[in-house]
Design a protein around this ligand. Structure first.
Ligand SMILES: NC(=O)c1ccc[n+]([C@@H]2O[C@H](COP(=O)([O-])OP(=O)(O)OC[C@H]3O[C@@H](n4cnc5c(N)ncnc54)[C@H](OP(=O)(O)O)[C@@H]3O)[C@@H](O)[C@H]2O)c1
Length: 247
């Protein structure tokens, strides 16, 4: 199905993990896709080839999105190259896990700037284009941790809870202009982010998940593509794709 043909999508952190699957599934539906990455160029090159193999245009843009001016520039570069932006997926994110007793101001700022500051900056920049087009689909990747909290993740939980609240507010402000803004809240998903967790803790995590397994990045990507392609009357929502870990 090529129902996104002619649409332009940006996926932040689209070089690997969940973001790469989102980029590939958007491309498979016909969208031209720009991915962004921070430092691992070989992953971005590989993702670029996989996107192009779907028969669409692809771009890979290096930008450290914890810097708001770099985040704005990412949006501007895609607009300059392809003339429009229909779909923005804010997926780039990091963890710096420590309990509150050990958490530093640096850990706090790094996570808040990367996970939440970048969402504000890209959304604010893309808004002008989407208002002119009277069309836009913004999908922000949050986490069940932003709903439930999680031991050792005060910084991450605050950033992800912030994304949910931010998305609802932007949805309210843009609903009359053909723009929808939603969040997807994954549960524990099998990527490098989860691979950082020691094996004994992984076992404890699986014991907490009603479906008794981790999510796959493809499963998160399917929900994103649903919102982008078929979510015309869905805005201001958070959709949980989490195996039941938070209900
Ligand atoms: N995996 C999970 O269990 C899980 C659960 C809930 C929510 N999530 C959320 O889902 C999203 C994707 O997670 P993932 O597991 O796929 O992560 P991942 O495998 O660690 O990939 C992270 C991606 O984000 C990019 N990135 C990181 N910091 C960046 C920065 N400052 N500027 C630009 N790009 C940056 C990375 O680029 P480089 O490779 O160049 O560094 C990479 O492309 C994140 O927002 C995460 O919080 C994940």
């Amino acid at each position: 199905m090529q129902d996104l043909k002619g649409k332009v999508a940006i996926v932040t952190g689209g070089s690997r993990g969940i973001g790469r699957h989102i980029a590939l599934q958007l491309a498979a539906r016909g969208a031209d896709v720009a991915i962004n990455y921070r430092s691992r160029q070989s992953d971005a090159d590989e993702a670029l080839k996989e996107i192009e193999a779907k028969g669409v245009k692809a771009l890979a843009i290096q930008a450290d999105l914890s810097d708001m001016s770099a985040a704005r520039s990412l949006i501007q570069q895609v607009k300059e190259q392809w003339g429009r932006i229909d779909i923005l997926v804010n997926n780039a994110g990091i963890t710096r896990d420590k309990s509150m007793k050990k958490l530093t101001d640096e850990d706090w700022n790094e996570v808040l700037d990367t996970n939440l500051g970048s969402v504000y900056a890209t959304c604010s920049e893309v808004l002008k284009t989407m208002l002119d087009q009277k069309f836009g689909r913004i999908i922000n990747i949050t986490s069940f941790v932003g709903q439930a909290g999680n031991f050792g993740q005060a910084n991450y939980a605050a950033s992800k809870g912030g994304i949910i609240a931010f998305s609802k507010t932007m949805a309210l402000e843009t609903a009359k202009n053909g723009i929808t803004v939603n969040s997807i809240a994954p549960g524990f998903t099998e990527t490098e982010m989860l691979a950082q967790v020691p094996e004994n803790i992984r076992e404890q995590i699986i014991a907490r998940i009603p479906m008794a397994r981790f999510g796959q990045p493809e499963e998160i990507a399917r929900a994103v593509v649903f919102l982008a392609a078929e979510g015309d009357y869905i805005t201001g929502q958070q959709i949980n794709v989490n195996g039941g870990v938070y209900m």
